[in-house]
Design a protein. Structure first.
Length: 249
């Protein structure tokens, strides 16, 4: 396996709510990779003790590498990542990643996303649909909903990205510093679409890295019908609003 220099230039942001069954394992796997990543947990006051597990690991095993920001409630995926982005920018990490806690995103692919950004991408996306449909353990209805959601987003926005709703990504810090993060409006999974759309409108280079997405084995999914509805209508509103904006670096 390719080895990397142990330079802490990379921050992996992992939002959590009730992830006690997964959080210790995902942290251990990321820190075992052949490149040094730091991890920031954005914890939304999980009643199951997720935060206590993270804080124990911070003290006992990973001081200075594992960090946590605790929020007062379940404030949404979008605001969690925006909070993490600003923290990572302030700490001067050059590469800032998004990843779920539940192993649906293969942690070893952090290396491929990192390489893509090192080699010219301003945003690298872990894509389920770059090379066919690579989803494991989803019911067919959810596969079709997810796939055609990306078709719909491409149709409305004009983006050529195959996996427009993907949540496994790496941004260069310079990309995030350019984007108007305080003006990102969508909060749920539609946040992922708006971030890609805004990055694309600013003319940044976007690359898709094929991954296999595996449905969580432990814990419960956060997907809901309301999230899907927000995405459908939010994309139309986002596109219309873009007609009245200037995207200048």
């Amino acid at each position: 396996m390719k080895r990397y220099t142990a330079v802490s230039d990379s921050l992996v942001i992992i939002p959590t709510y009730n992830e006690k069954d997964n959080i210790e394992a995902i942290i251990e796997v990321v820190f075992a990779l052949p490149k040094e990543f730091h991890i920031l947990i954005i914890e939304d006051n999980s009643p199951d003790g997720t935060a206590e597990i993270v804080k124990r690991l911070m003290t006992e095993k990973y001081p200075g590498k594992l960090h946590i920001l605790e929020r007062k409630g379940k404030l949404g995926l979008g605001t969690a990542y925006l909070t993490g982005f600003k923290w990572g920018i302030d700490k001067k990490y050059d590469y800032i990643f998004e990843m779920d806690a539940d192993f649906s995103h293969p942690p070893e692919k952090l290396l491929a996303l990192y390489d893509a950004c090192k080699n010219g991408a301003d945003l690298a996306i872990g894509s389920r649909y770059k090379s066919g449909v690579n989803v494991v353990n989803w019911p067919m209805g959810r596969v079709l909903m997810s796939y055609f959601a990306s078709v719909y987003v491409r149709f409305i926005t004009g983006m050529k990205i195959m996996d427009t709703t993907a949540g496994f990504k790496c941004y260069k810090r310079a990309t995030l510093e350019t984007l108007p993060l305080d003006k990102i409006k969508l909060k749920g999974y539609a946040f992922q679409i708006e971030m890609k759309f805004t990055t694309w409108k600013y003319g940044f280079n976007i690359s898709e890295v094929p991954i296999v997405f595996t449905e969580r084995q432990k814990g419960t999914s956060k997907m809901s019908g309301g999230i899907f509805t927000e995405a459908v209508w939010g994309v139309i509103k986002m596109k219309i609003a873009s007609w009245f904006k200037k995207y200048e670096r």
